[in-house]
Design a protein around this ligand. Sequence first.
Ligand code: LCV
Length: 259
Amino acid sequence: MALVEVRTDGDIGTLVLDNGRKHNALSHALVDELIAALADFRQREIRAVVLRAQPGVKVWSAGHDVGELPEGRRDPLGWDDPLRELVRAIETHPAPIIAMIEGTVWGGAVETVLACDIVIATPETTFAVTPARLGVPYNVSGMMTFMSAASLRVVKELAFTAAPIGAERAERVGMINHVVPLSDLETFSYDMARTIAANAPLSIAVMKEQLRVLAGAKPVSPRGFEKVQGLRRVVYDSHDYAEGIRAFKEKRAPRYLGK
Ligand code: LCV
């Protein structure tokens, strides 16, 4: 059974997350369907994409499928992790992707939404950056996604507290583009998609790629990168990382020891 509903209407494509049983957790299977659909949209020269969940969801996406995270001794967010592959597919897709959000967004799904080009949410929407809640060492390019979307101070607050930020505040700090009432969300999002689709696709695709390259152009020395990777290994080899994953699976509060 498909985990993503794929639709097209003229030059506009729609991807609907459709695994409500697991709150649209970004499992390998669901991510594979999203990536395949984006490849098909590229082939068909779709000019604007709307990424959404089924209408009426309380949870837009619960983030990385925790059941697919290693329980230690291996980088949980390595290059070929589904979440990493999805973020890269979104960032390199030639057409703009509009994230149309209702419900709550968690963990890696927040990064997925922020990797999209435009974010439109309802006033009830919240975004929670959760690595600290699970004891996960988020990866370097993922932190860059957050840093491109909000000021360092806001990113630190979201990362260190793991507390949800509401859509109104997220818009106020420039993290998302628009907050519209649920009743207007679909019309507003598709009006923007149609406006984009009526513009020059080549010019847009090149500007999107230019902005991706320029936004990611941060000087990190090999030594600096190796230091960060080494620090991340300390985390994913730690008691606390294994404890965070186990606590989630056992549906209990984690007991972190700082080691
Ligand atoms: C697998 C799930 C999940 C899930 N994976 O419903 O950013 S990082 O570093 O943290 C990154 C690694 C990451 O993205 O990690 C995941 C971060 N996500 C979260 O912390 C959100 C975890 N989920 C929740 O807090 C709750 O499920 C919410 C608040 C989203 C919804 O709560 P609610 O009470 O409505 P349940 O918790 O009962 O979830 C329904 C089913 O979905 C599973 C969950 O285990 C349950 O499965 P069972 O019915 O088999 O028990 N589920 C939820 N989130 N991320 N599975």
